[in-house]
Design a protein around this ligand. Structure first.
Ligand SMILES: [Zn+2]
Length: 223
């Protein structure tokens, strides 16, 4: 196969539009989340400060380049994330901090938020973005648990080795997986997303419905 030196697998315009639309034209970095489009003075024109950034680079030598991908895969929506210009620069300048997995997690979270804004315009978008930045692993775990057990609301915190017996249906989160679990619960409780209902020597919480709606907003088919 002939590959011209310096060839870049850029996103076609329709792919850029899909990436932008799927996140409501907002930057997908949770700590940012800024709007990337708006009006120009000229009523015929709009401003765009968004970039369809590559999760794995468009060409060898770029950030997170993956030589195993075909040019088609490299320029498909699956390999893109919509970011504002400054966040796009940030993630390409530090690929050890902004890994492929981290960018994929941002994209999923950003799409969840866009879906939630469509369905529930009053949802506290900024608070959820803050959580996605602070505790992505715990949120992924809670999301999987709630989707598998849609009626469960109570959960306890423990070490895996601790024996805990209860007839009440509940979920469990482990200090082994999340050493800062107690601090994360304070943040969730401060936002009103969980409520502390501890009544013995085991930390016990209940999910509030608004938080459950957010955790359930991702459709099961998504990776
Ligand atoms: Zn940004």
């Amino acid at each position: 196969m002939l590959v011209s030196r310096g060839a870049r697998d850029e996103f076609p315009e329709p792919v850029k539009r899909i990436l932008a639309s799927r996140v409501g034209f907002r930057c997908s970095r949770p700590a940012c989340g800024r709007d990337t489009s708006g009006p120009q003075e000229d009523s015929q024109l709009s401003i765009n400060i968004g970039v369809a950034a590559h999760i794995t680079a468009a060409a060898p030598g770029g950030a997170r380049f993956d030589e195993s991908l075909s040019p088609e895969q490299r320029s498909s929506p699956e390999n893109g994330i919509w970011l504002c210009q400054s966040c796009a620069k940030l993630v390409d300048n530090d690929e050890s901090r902004y890994t492929v997995e981290r960018l994929r997690q941002w994209r999923r979270a950003s799409e969840d938020l866009a879906r939630l804004r469509l369905e529930d315009p009053d949802s506290p978008d900024a608070a959820f973005r803050e959580l996605e930045e602070l505790m992505p692993a715990l949120l992924e775990e809670m999301r999987a648990d709630i989707q598998a057990n849609p009626t469960y609301r109570e959960f306890i915190l423990k070490k895996k080795a601790w024996v805990y017996n209860s007839d009440k249906p509940h979920l469990e989160y482990y200090y082994d997986d999340h050493p800062d679990l107690d601090q994360l619960m304070i943040v969730l409780a401060n936002h009103g997303f969980v409520q502390d209902i501890t009544y013995n020597n085991t930390s016990r919480f209940v999910f509030r419905e608004e938080f459950v709606r957010y955790l359930r907003s991702r459709t099961a088919a998504q990776p």
